[in-house]
Ligand binder design. Structure first.
Ligand SMILES: [Zn+2]
Length: 478
């Protein structure tokens, strides 16, 4: 028997326009072009704190049910490494911006120990026998979200990260399209319980073997976290004694390798950052952030479940905050179920195909309403709604102006479904021309009806719905 304890440290880049302590841009650019004396760590330069980063970190704190601290300070974490030009990183030790939160996954509650703000170091790129450094990343605001070791399985760690990512997307604090926007350190310890026979006491007992805490550093990608943890459980199973250490995950070999023996926090030689004041958040700002908090996915889901829509479709809507906004707009004018199906099935399918998010494609709510109108008036069927959306997204992908739904229909030479009177005319014709099949049907041969439906379908040039033809046929024959 064994007990697994997993804790995560999730680093998330905040999507501010400028860096945490200087006015350099955070946009993607040629290496080492978004830099200045501050983020290159020149002697004598002083950091100036970016208020927007504090606001975004507070939002994360509220979203994860944390206590947001009104007063905090920054510290210097000293270590010598090429990605850190000034040989220390400005971070928070004693007073994080938020603490004591939680995130629910199913019926499990995972406690959040702390959320603190720090600067990202430069990016290290290994190429051939060289190490290249890109200081564009140096100073980008980062939050570190630290959980208690409450997770019990690699799959649960994956589920936690998926939930976390969804929440962060809904509160608009980071850009997940950016490579390396979320990086995870995972720690794991395994306690084994072994039955032993004690001759002195003449009986059996359970021996508890507490495992050492192993940290796996810098894993990018949620699935990789799960794989790294699964590998580590297997590795430790075969060891007599596990040593406390830091390991690195190798995505190519799918193994972890030892990096160094884990240092204690004290070894980093933290000191208070003397160039930044103690920060006190004004009541006004706290209220502003709190009252402007976007609705979280869990609460949206509760509301949507009240409509007559399957949970699967709702979960699909919740994979993209924009889809849920569009859904609410469409519901103002149209049936909820039809709106949800149009977005979650047809639009999402097309977006997925091109690896796009709704926010990338300038389709307007007005245009989607038009498609719903066409459906409602039976001028198109569901399959045509899907084709229209596919064409519209294709326009965007090809760099063209997105066409109106009616224009798409025109370009496809689409003919609207036949009116009922016309279909009836064909139904009567088919009955007249197929006396044998009609007789068979009346004698109880159900298959003959399918044959008759097919005949009517041919006459209409497939411009009528099979269900409708069946209904009309039956009313003539029965
Ligand atoms: Zn700078």
């Amino acid at each position: 028997m064994q007990e697994i304890k997993i804790g995560l440290e999730v680093h998330v880049q905040l999507n501010t326009e400028s860096k945490l302590f200087c006015s350099c841009s955070t946009s993607q650019a040629e290496p080492n072009t978004n830099v200045c004396d501050v983020c290159l760590g020149f002697p004598g330069t002083k950091p100036v704190l970016n208020e927007k980063a504090i606001e975004l970190a507070m939002k994360i704190g509220y979203a994860l049910d944390c206590k947001v601290n009104k007063k905090f300070l920054f510290s210097r974490k000293t270590y010598f490494y090429p990605d850190l030009a000034k040989n220390f990183q400005i971070t928070q030790l004693e007073t994080p911006i938020a603490s004591n939160g939680k995130l629910k996954i199913g019926d499990r509650i995972i406690r959040i120990r702390r959320i603190h703000l720090e600067e990202d170091p430069a990016k290290i790129i290994r190429r051939d026998n060289c190490i290249l450094l890109d200081y564009n990343r140096s100073g980008i605001p980062l939050v570190e979200i630290v959980t208690e070791p409450d997770l019990k399985l690699p799959a649960e760690a994956r589920s936690f990260l998926q939930h976390l990512q969804q929440i962060l997307e809904f509160i608009y604090v980071t850009d997940f399209n950016r490579e390396g926007s979320m990086r995870v350190d995972a720690n794991i310890s395994i306690t084994k319980y072994e039955p032993v026979y004690d001759y002195l006491k003449n009986g059996g007992m359970i021996k508890k073997l507490e495992g050492a805490r192993v940290e796996i550093k810098n894993i990018s990608g949620i699935k990789e976290v799960e794989k790294a943890l699964s590998y580590e459980i297997l590795r430790q199973k075969n060891l007599k004694q596990v040593v406390r250490e830091t390991r690195l995950w190798n995505e190519k070999t799918k193994t972890t390798v030892s990096a160094r023996e884990k240092e204690e926090e004290e070894e980093y030689g933290y000191i208070f950052e003397p160039d930044l004041p103690i920060i006190e958040i004004p009541e006004e700002m706290l209220n502003k952030v709190q009252s402007n908090m976007p609705e979280l996915p869990e609460s949206k889901k509760k509301r949507f479940l009240k409509y007559n829509i399957s949970e699967e479709i709702i979960d699909t809507l919740l994979t993209d905050p924009e889809l849920t906004h569009y859904f609410e707009y469409l519901c103002e004018t149209h049936n909820e179920k039809a709106s949800a199906v149009l977005l979650a099935k047809y639009l999402k399918k097309t977006l997925n195909y091109h690896n796009l998010k709704l926010k990338d494609v300038p389709i307007e709510v007005r245009q989607l309403r038009r498609i719903l109108d066409l459906l409602q008036q039976y001028l198109i069927m569901d399959d045509m709604a899907e084709i229209i959306l596919r064409e519209m997204v294709n326009d965007y992908v090809k760099g063209k102006k997105i066409r109106e739904p009616d224009q798409v229909l025109k370009d496809l030479n689409y003919e609207k479904p036949l009116e009922e009177e016309k279909i009836k005319k064909f139904v009567r014709e088919v009955i007249r021309e197929n006396t044998k099949a009609v007789k068979d049907y009346r004698n109880g041969e159900k298959k003959s009806l399918d044959y008759l439906i097919g005949q009517v379908m041919r006459k209409t040039g497939r411009r009528a719905d099979a269900k409708k033809i069946k209904k009309l046929l039956k009313s003539e024959l029965d």
